[in-house]
Design a protein around this ligand. Structure first.
Ligand SMILES: [Zn+2]
Length: 299
């Protein structure tokens, strides 16, 4: 059997970052080449630049594929939703589709020259008057929303008590938002609701902070083939997590974010029961497309 040659720790400290960097550069080169070969170039509806869209099949981890029983086509559809990043602003397909719906539902500009991107959309005075909340960062989209004065940003930190944190980024818990009633015309969340331990409380809070007629525009993962939404995990009274099915964590934070709710085909019905009208864009979920955008209008 071949014996490994011992590497001195000092050399290891030098080699490991070099190896990691080379690996990273290799993946980037592969992603760009892939975009060229498959002609994945388009004008990004978020930043407005004509750029390659970087598809990364590896964003769907084998463990999730197994748990969700994904066929190869479904895994590819999920990877498209979670990647196809604009090479300029980083907006994923799901973020770009949210931008497309924003432009459609809040049209600005005259017909000869309507806004063609979120970058143009945020320049409009009517849009600047909208009261918007973005709950958790949406890649690429947040950079454009930052040009608006009346947007409330937040990024959830589990150790926070809510409201304005030390870093001046709010940490909002969707089950107990610190905003007053009827504060917003528009609330945006992307791949967030599945991580909230109490979905009912989150929907009540979203309805509370929206004005009547205001909209919650969101994306969530919907489990292909599942008819009914179910709790994968729940929070016990002592704050610990009880798993009712195999625990799933999405990447992020120090240890990942656990999924509490797996959404099924009854999602629109759940939203309606919480006091909203619901519209599903780019839907319904299918083997070819899992990147739906949900628009819940407060009634
Ligand atoms: Zn872009």
């Amino acid at each position: 059997m071949a014996r490994s040659i011992p590497i001195p720790p000092s050399l290891k400290r030098l080699l490991v970052p070099c190896w990691n960097q080379a690996h990273r550069v290799g993946w980037i080169a592969y992603d760009y080449l892939n975009a060229v070969v498959h002609g994945r170039f388009e004008r990004c509806i978020v930043c407005g630049r004509f750029r390659p869209m970087l598809y990364r099949r590896r964003v769907v981890r084998p463990r999730l594929e197994e748990l969700w029983c994904l066929s190869p086509r479904l895994a590819e559809a999920l990877a498209r939703k979670e990647s196809c990043d604009c090479a300029h602003c980083g907006a994923k397909l799901r973020g770009r589709r949210m931008a497309e719906i924003l432009l459609r539902l809040y049209p600005v500009g005259s017909p000869p020259a309507p806004a063609r991107s979120l970058a143009e959309w945020v320049e409009n005075v009517e849009i600047q008057a909208l009261r918007i909340a973005e709950i958790n960062l949406i890649d690429g989209v947040q950079d454009q929303l930052r040009k608006l004065a009346r947007v409330a940003f937040s990024d959830y930190a589990s150790d926070s008590t809510g409201g304005l944190g030390e870093t001046e980024i709010r940490s909002e818990d969707l089950t107990r938002l610190s905003y007053a009633d009827a504060t917003f015309d528009l609330v945006l969340t992307s791949e967030t609701l599945e991580h909230v331990p109490d979905l009912g409380a989150a929907l009540r809070e979203l309805r509370r902070v929206l004005v009547t007629g205001g909209r919650h525009i969101f994306t969530v993962p919907v489990l292909p083939g599942a008819l009914r939404t179910f709790a994968r995990s729940v929070i016990r009274p002592d704050g610990s997590i009880e798993d009712r099915a195999t625990r799933v964590c999405h990447p992020g934070g120090d240890v990942g974010y656990p999924v509490f709710t797996e959404f099924g085909a009854d999602l629109p019905e759940l939203i309606k029961r919480a006091g909203f009208e619901i519209e599903v864009f780019f839907g319904p979920p299918s083997e070819n497309d899992l990147a739906q955008v949900y628009v819940a209008r407060a009634v």
